[in-house]
Design a protein around this ligand. Structure first.
Ligand code: GDP
Length: 591
């Protein structure tokens, strides 16, 4: 057993300083590292514990952590979209999140989202309160720990900083989190740490690195314990075709080890696939990772946690976001297959329920998107990976008949395929595409709300329609007005509406509806009520066991036809029967 490096992600609002912070951490690591240390990864940067000890010397004298983890592994791409591929069934591969907040801006839209994500996936996080150098009157002390540089600021500046911190404390409280400036926290299990820092001047970076190290080894020890000799488990971040090499996948290995020649299992859209590793690649260890782009070292094996590129045949359909398992004995395979299959059926599905169609580019983004939609109570009929195809549009069109608000196709990072374009043009199908997941969820939400309220408005303005049955032995009065017991078979009836019989002749106007001596305005399907009908005479134009319909004009009928899509099945049925009655005498009625 060994303790592996925690995997750290950086989240936060656009322009909060995520990229700058990661750059700063990378540079700090490069400058402070001993020559020859192998710390370059694919898609991630490793900051060794030696570097952290070195830059946090003064802090270590105060906090006295005994650092046991080997390093911190920072995922290079910040933000929600890349993060979505770091998925693991029921959670995330990332062990810890840094949520970057611009101190002058405070909480912004994506800050809230980042906190929601962490809360949902149970990822511990801290707040990097960035850009302290922008506080009026701030005197920079490059690369100093926060607790040193703060002492060298004027009282006014210190007070201002605390005001900003307090604003964050209040916001976090609204999420149910207790929090404080990190150097005032007594119990890190109970409070979220806020670290004021500057990605520009490097102030506060030592505090950040040390605190993450300390917190993750203290609170995540069980999760970080791995069997270094065990079969590797990782997640696919990306698949691509490399010139001269062929298909490769970039993975983050979070458990066990992976060797050249190992067999691996992973997900494709069509189920589980296997491959044998031809080579494992890591970037060359240059001083600046940006120059290391196309230069790789082949290595024979690697232990978690690591970012690594795998070269193998059979990788062309590998799904980003899929778990990847090393299996060396065939008897392990059944279990691995089952786990992978269960995972994909959680995310990619096509059910018969009512709902919208969701398409996305990767497993991770699809999972996040479907979760967001479910949180907003938006039902999903089909969720799948890939461009919007003819079949998706067919589903949306069939939905239009059933429930118009769900006749929507939602796409994240996908396009409308060529052969679907014409169908889209010829049919009025709503398609919402975006490359920001969170915008998408909001847009759909608003769209559905609009459609619903429109639908209600329109339905409210249409005449009431219903079909009723005159119950036998329930005549309470024969005329002036006639009072009979009826059952509503479909639709509804209302006072003042005219009734007609199955020959299209008007029987009379409903004067009142009563149930158990109470007067009602409406009666609905399955209600049994007594109604009084003006002008009706039982035995002359009204009979027991009659089927009656609400009377509508031809003009009313045409209006209904225009809103066909929002009518329910019962309404459609009644209208069809009414039209058939009139068409016996006038075949073109309502056409
Ligand atoms: P991201 O969108 O969250 O990745 O944000 P960036 O890292 O691209 O930063 C957005 C802007 O803020 C850039 O112009 C940065 O130079 C600036 N910035 C980032 N961190 C700091 C900081 O600590 N202090 C100051 N003054 N500017 C910063």
């Amino acid at each position: 057993m060994a303790i592996r490096s925690p995997i750290i992600v950086v989240l936060g609002h656009v322009d909060a300083g995520k990229t700058s912070l990661l750059d700063r951490i990378r540079n700090t690591s490069i400058i402070n590292k001993e020559a020859g240390e192998m710390t370059q990864h694919i898609g991630a940067t490793e900051v060794s514990i030696e570097v952290i000890k070195n830059i946090s010397k003064t802090l270590l004298n105060i906090y006295k952590f005994e650092l046991k983890i080997p390093s911190l592994l920072f995922i290079d791409t910040p933000g929600h979209e890349a993060f979505s591929n770091l998925r693991k069934r029921g959670g995330s591969v990332s062990d810890f999140a840094i949520i970057v907040v611009d101190i002058l801006e405070g909480f912004q839209k994506q800050t809230y989202e980042a906190i929601e994500i962490c809360k949902n996936l149970k990822i511990p996080f801290l707040i990097a309160l960035n850009k302290i150098d922008r506080i009026d009157g701030w005197k920079p002390n490059n690369e100093k720990p926060f607790i040193e540089t703060i002492k060298q600021q004027d009282q006014k500046v210190q007070a201002k900083l605390d005001e900003y911190v307090y604003n964050i404390v209040v916001k976090l409280y609204e999420f149910g989190f207790d929090s404080d400036r990190y150097d005032r926290i007594k119990d890190f299990r109970k409070q979220v740490a806020i670290i004021p820092l500057s990605a520009r001047t490097g102030e506060g970076i030592p505090d950040l690195l040390l605190l993450i190290s300390g917190l993750s080894q203290r609170f995540l020890e069980e999760k970080l314990k791995i069997n270094v000799e065990g079969s590797g488990i990782g997640v696919i971040l990306e698949r691509k075709e490399e010139k001269g090499i062929g298909d490769v996948i970039d993975i983050i290995l979070y458990d066990g080890r992976i060797k050249k020649g190992d067999k691996i299992a992973f997900l494709t859209r069509n189920g589980v696939k296997y491959a044998k590793i031809k080579s494992l690649l890591k970037p060359q260890n240059l001083t600046d990772i940006r120059f290391a782009k196309n230069k790789f070292n082949e290595i024979n094996e690697v232990y978690a946690a690591a970012g690594i590129r795998i070269v193998a045949d059979n990788l062309e359909d590998a799904l980003p976001g899929s778990t990847i398992y090393v299996f060396n004995k065939d008897e392990e395979l059944k279990d691995i297959e089952n786990r992978l299959k269960a995972d994909i059926s959680d995310i990619i599905f096509n059910t018969d329920k009512e709902g919208i169609v969701v398409k996305s580019d990767t497993l991770g983004s699809l999972e996040v998107l479907t979760r967001l939609l479910k949180e907003r109570n938006i039902p999903i009929k089909k969720a799948d990976i890939g461009d919007i195809e003819k079949n998706d549009i067919d589903i949306a069109l069939s939905m239009k008949e059933k429930n118009i608000e769900y006749a929507v196709i939602v796409g994240f990072n996908v396009r409308i395929s060529k052969n679907a374009e014409d169908i889209v043009k010829n049919n009025n199908v709503k398609i919402i595409i975006s490359d920001i997941i969170y915008d998408l969820a909001e847009k759909i939400d608003n769209y559905i709300k609009d459609i619903k309220s429109n639908k209600e408005k329109i339905l409210g303005s249409l005449p009431v329609i219903g079909k009723i049955y005159v119950i036998e032995n329930n005549v309470f009065r024969r005329s002036n007005p006639a009072i009979v017991g009826v059952e509503v078979l479909e639709g509804k009836i209302v006072k003042e509406v005219y009734l007609m019989n199955q020959s299209g002749r008007i029987v009379g106007k409903i004067l009142a509806i009563q149930k158990e001596k109470r007067n009602l305005d409406y009666a609905y399907k399955k209600d049994k009520v007594a109604i009084s009908i003006e002008d009706a005479i039982v035995g002359r134009n009204l009979f027991e066991k009659d089927i009656l319909y609400t009377y509508i004009t031809e003009k009313d009928y045409r209006t209904f036809k225009n809103y066909r899509e929002i009518l329910d099945e019962d309404q459609k049925n009644i209208l069809k029967e009414i039209a058939n009655i009139f068409r016996k005498e006038n075949p073109s009625w309502g056409l």
